[in-house]
Design a protein. Structure first.
Length: 324
């Protein structure tokens, strides 16, 4: 595999919410995009979702050559993949389905093209297990929605070449994403595991009657969540250590934090607790439909990302990530 091959044509396999968001992102970055999905009405649904995302993408800033006219659709997967330089797959989260799909894609995608899966939980070693050219298969898991959130988790399987991982990281970084390299495979990767860890304790305090659902959400988004939108937790603790920074934090503040970690709860997720959360969320939503809430979230996220760009906080060294 050579890294000299330019990426100009992106194939999107699976055009649900994630696939359509990826399609919009790649179009906005000036690529030719060909999408494929066997589902009824897939093309009309895809184009509708791309149109809806285009307003946000225009606000973020379109690359030279960006155009929705560069989107093509076909139900013939071989036709979609035969000329692809990069494939972003977004199929159902079933190991058996992924294994069969990748074996089929592997037969028709040029051998020097990358195959990236948006899978949120299946490990790449499973996905690539039936491929003849498994060395070019990686996970490129986005955070939803991909056309707005910069994070992409990149991880290779047991047969993935280091070159493929580095190429994927460089490619995602080149279009403005923030790729991170998982050096080991974990079910669910890492970002969703972080969310699960936080939500476990949120459910614990709700179950124990410590906080209402609304106040548990407020404790996150009006407290540490604001900081997390600026910098990560470890760097935050560097600030928390004062003049002594992270060294002072580790020496003097980590012991009480460690004790708190040991006291974290393990909630019993009963039907009653689930209903309590449902009731609380519906009260918190106050009749606003999901689409309206999502639009509001996207608008605020775009504003935050623009502020981060102005401050230089988006300029992390992705090359060191690739080489690590």
């Amino acid at each position: 595999m050579t890294d000299s091959k330019p990426i100009r044509r992106i194939a999107i396999v699976g055009t649900g919410v994630i696939g359509a968001s990826w399609a919009a992102e790649y179009l906005a970055r000036g690529f030719d995009v060909v999408a494929t999905d066997p589902a009824p009405n897939a093309e009309s649904n895809l184009r509708k979702l791309v149109d809806e995302a285009w307003k946000d993408l225009t606000s973020i800033g379109l690359a030279k050559g960006a155009s929705r006219d560069r989107l093509k659709f076909t139900t013939n997967m071989k036709e979609a993949l035969s000329g692809a330089d990069f494939v972003q797959e977004n199929g159902p989260e079933r190991p058996d389905f992924k294994m069969k799909l990748y074996a089929e894609m592997d037969e028709v995608v040029p051998v020097d093209s990358l195959l990236a899966s948006s899978s949120s939980g299946i490990t790449p070693s499973v996905i690539q297990s039936q491929c003849k050219h498994a060395e070019r298969v990686v996970i490129g898991h986005p955070f939803n929605p991909p056309h707005i959130i910069p994070l992409v988790e990149v991880v290779g399987g047991s047969k993935t070449s280091p070159d493929a991982i580095e190429r994927a990281i460089r490619f995602y970084a080149s279009i403005g994403k923030r790729p991170i390299h998982l050096k080991k495979e974990l079910p669910g990767h890492v970002a969703n595991r972080f969310q699960a860890a936080l939500y476990r304790e949120m459910l614990n305090v709700i179950e124990q009657g410590v906080l209402s659902v609304e106040d548990a959400d407020a404790a996150v988004c009006f407290g540490p969540g604001l900081r997390w939108g600026v910098m990560g937790q470890s760097l935050q603790w560097h600030l928390g250590g004062g003049a002594g920074g992270i060294k002072h934090f580790m020496e003097h503040l980590m012991p009480p934090l460690e004790g708190m970690m040991k006291a974290l709860g393990n909630p019993n997720i009963t039907p009653e607790l689930k209903q309590k959360v449902i009731n609380g969320v519906m009260q918190e939503a106050a009749g606003r439909p999901v689409d309206e809430l999502a639009e509001e979230e996207n608008r605020v996220l775009i504003g935050l990302l623009k502020l981060r760009a102005k401050s230089g906080l988006n300029k992390e060294n992705t090359q060191s990530t690739a080489a690590a």
